[in-house]
Design a protein around this ligand. Sequence first.
Ligand code: FPP
Ligand code: MG
Length: 325
Amino acid sequence: MREQDLSLSRLFEEERPRVHHALEKAVGLLPPPVREIGAYVLLAGGKRLRPLLTLTSSRLLGRNDPELYRLCAVPEMIHAASLLHDDILDEADTRRGRPSAHTCFGLRPALLAGDAMLALADCEVTVFGRTDMVECVSDAMMRTVAGEAHEIALQGSLSHSEDDYINVITGKTGWLLRASCRLGALYAGAEERQVEALSDFGLYAGIAFQMVDDALDFAASDITGKPCGGDLREGKFTPPVMRYVRELEQADRADFTQKFTSASFSDEEISRIAARIRECGHDAATRALADEYLRRAEDCLALLPAGPERNILREVIPFIRDREK
Ligand code: FPP
Ligand code: MG
């Protein structure tokens, strides 16, 4: 492949079938009673951003071999399992425009399928015989759970700060993108400062990714595949909601607070608030906040070797900033 042909969209297009194949193999390793659910959530498509980060990170630092596909399935399994569990916790009926796993297969089988996928991710990384890689994955799982638990503890509260929010999303989303990059760097046997630079790149990109996700919560559902205003309904005090509340008159704020804390908005109210958030540009302001983290991510790239893979990682930045779903 010529250097100028190597781009993020080309990588997505070319590598998705190989990543898909690695995920099919992983599904085959799941215990038979939960295999169908594993296939439902793992083979349904999706951006495959995490596996592509692992692939690109390893290649950037000089290692590229067929076993890399087995490794890059690991963060995707953790990601899919965490979304499966998240939909149970959020009582979400749809994901990517189709029924969520627990809606199709039942709560208990879905819960166990997520558990099995997490356990398999762990088993798959031990195959490489590297404690640093096992530690990377275990840390990421732990931080993801901690972020989610922190978010649940704050649910329905309007009194937490933007720093609390950043803490939550660093855990629930940032750490897994960090691990996706770090795994590739460790696999490549890179020197410590490069491993850390790629890890930081992933962490900042992950924080920005979640901010954009929270801005997209107020986009039309036929574009995102998720109901509009889901976070508002679930009592998640995200930056667009923080900005909306700040502008409310006192009486309106009291009414909003009562409904937010009791999760009792009507569908009509959710649509009205979402429209207002878009009108006032609170979703755009949230993307601007994400941009600050994307700039930090870009700074990390300066510490890494120049070349086609670094260019791909640079393209991840506008991909996250401008994504529409
Ligand atoms: C989506 O957030 C959820 C996450 C990014 C993380 C979920 C984590 C858990 C359920 C903990 C269990 C995870 C592991 C690794 C054991 P969201 O609800 O804001 O996004 P959504 O709109 O896509 O649902
Ligand atoms: Mg959710």
